[in-house]
Design a protein around this ligand. Structure first.
Ligand code: MSP
Length: 494
């Protein structure tokens, strides 16, 4: 069986995921579901980044033992992803012995081949970012622009990773794989950064008690990012080695340099193959402000999905902001998008098909209109191409454009009119189009698209699609059988 491996970032476990985090997980989940329908065996990892100073501080605030705190937060994270129906196969925790042993192994390899060395470091460290900052990264008042806090001045002996050694190989990687990062604009930023010259970076902290001790110097623990990035490979043990290299990492723009520069170099040093693609997401703001645990304006995605139709959040996030660009979140716009695309356009088209088919006795078998059949072929092609390049927004929009064309076709044919000719052929054409849309959009809205196929009498197609038989199902022309109209699939929000 063909394999496919998709990952989300592992989220810091000192807070509960908000809609910004849900965005990355939704994208990875749609990609995973899509590949399963195409017949791939999918590994989908997510998890929590635990070996961080922030966790130590939060546990102390909560008057809990560190591990007790970590356990409770990991359970909360899992509850969020389960509540949103995210179909991860692996939930990584960086405090597990499997992960720690693995990370010590790769550290040792890079140490042995001379890529890790001891040096003196002086720098400005932002605990919020868990990263050293250059003075030019800070605001005029010397604050971290994201966390609005003054970074700590740190002077210590650190182990360094010889990133400078990999500069030429990284340049070559980007030159040879212009589509390594989606969208390309984010890749161009990374290339520009490499062009400025790469400096070695510190990979250890001295004297910390929480974290993974360096195997060659127990007075130091690994830098949180070194350990965190390797979660993607440490999750591929015990028979899952065949999933590495990952097909795609989904990451936010704030952590793209770690993933596109540090990570490939660390992998090359430890002797691993490189991931095939990285999808970079932009940032949402609420009223122009960064959504963050520290600023306290985070929306709980599970609560939000309980308040509104389940499909609303994913639809809004994936259609309103092109992947890679920033956006401002608005509930009003989310409702408008739902009403326009799902309730009015697609929902209404299905409703028309069901009502009119019942008038014709429920069984619909006829000729498909040639022009619409050509549009369907073009839609399916565009959709699959967009999905293959992780352009989920274009994929979704192509489905709504096709639904729009089908609605216009119905408007022209007026199958409800006493004088209308070829009513069954018209309905067959619409049914055929709806079928293709439901098959394609299954990874985005699995419950509703399943129900749509079932209501059209296509239970077998639905079952085979979900068993990975997309190729067989998409090209299978079929008759339809409608038994009842049912409630509107997507109820308009007043
Ligand atoms: N622990 C690191 C990732 C390590 S991966 C090896 C981390 N965690 S995080 O919890 O701070 O962020 C996880 C992801 O959520 C990042 O991709 C980040 O871009 C994303 N988002 C956090 N806030 C966001 C928004 N406001 N909007 C969109 N995405 C946001 O970084």
């Amino acid at each position: 069986m063909k394999t496919f491996y998709v990952t989300t970032p592992i989220y810091y476990s000192n807070g509960i995921p908000h809609i910004g985090h849900a965005y990355a997980s939704f994208i990875a989940d749609v990609i995973a579901k899509h590949r399963r329908n195409l017949g791939y065996e999918v590994k989908f990892s997510t998890g929590v980044d635990e070996n961080s100073q922030k966790v130590v501080e939060k546990a102390a605030e909560a008057k809990m033992e560190i591990m007790e705190y970590c356990d409770s937060m990991a359970a909360k994270h899992q509850a969020v992803w389960d509540g949103l129906g995210i179909t991860y196969t692996d939930f990584v925790r960086t405090t597990t012995p499997e992960h720690k042993t693995f990370v010590q192994g790769v550290l040792q390899k890079s140490f042995d081949n001379g890529d890790i060395y001891l040096g003196e470091y002086e720098g400005l460290y932002c605990v919020g970012c868990e990263a050293f900052k250059k003075p030019s990264d800070l605001t005029e008042d010397g604050l971290c622009p994201d966390h609005k806090k003054k970074p700590d001045v740190i002077k210590e002996q650190n182990y360094f990773f010889r990133l400078s050694k990999y500069e030429a190989r990284l340049k070559k990687l980007f030159a040879e794989n212009p589509d390594f990062i989606f969208p390309r604009s984010r890749g161009n930023e990374v290339v520009a950064f490499i062009e400025e010259g790469l400096e070695d970076f510190s990979i250890s902290r001295e004297g910390s008690t929480f974290g993974i001790p360096l195997p060659f110097d127990k007075n130091h623990v690994t830098y949180v990012w070194y350990d965190a990035l390797f979660n993607y490979v440490s999750a591929c043990q015990n028979g899952d080695e065949r999933f590495w290299p990952a097909d795609v990492h989904v990451v936010g723009k704030d952590i793209i340099r770690f993933h596109a520069i540090f990570w490939p170099a660390m992998l090359l040093s430890a002797g691993y193959a490189l991931p095939k693609n990285i999808v970079t997401t932009g940032y949402f703001t609420i009223d122009g402000q960064k959504i963050s645990k520290s600023l306290g304006n985070a929306i709980d995605p599970v609560e939000f999905c309980g308040q509104y139709p389940k499909e609303l959040l994913l639809l809004y996030l994936l259609t309103s902001f092109p992947i890679g660009q920033d956006g401002d979140f608005s509930v009003e716009q989310a409702v408008n998008a739902f009403n326009a695309k799902l309730a009015n356009n697609l929902g209404n088209l299905l409703n028309r098909f069901l009502v009119l088919s019942l008038k014709e006795g429920g069984k619909i078998d006829g000729e498909t209109d040639a022009e619409l059949a050509a549009k369907e072929t073009a839609f399916v092609e565009t959709f699959q191409k967009a999905m293959a390049s992780y352009d989920l927004r274009s994929a979704l929009e192509s489905a709504f454009e096709f639904a729009d064309a089908l609605n216009k076709f119905v408007d022209t044919k007026k199958p409800w009119d006493k004088e209308a000719v070829g009513v069954v052929d018209t309905l067959h054409t619409v049914g055929e189009g709806l079928r293709a849309i439901a098959v394609c959009l299954m990874p985005f809205f699995p419950e509703k698209m399943s129900e749509m196929l079932d209501r059209m009498g296509l239970v077998s197609q639905r079952e085979r699609l979900l068993a990975g038989k997309y190729d067989e199902v998409i090209s299978e022309k079929t008759a339809f059988e409608v038994k009842e109209k049912g409630e509107p699939l997507f109820q308009r929000i007043a």
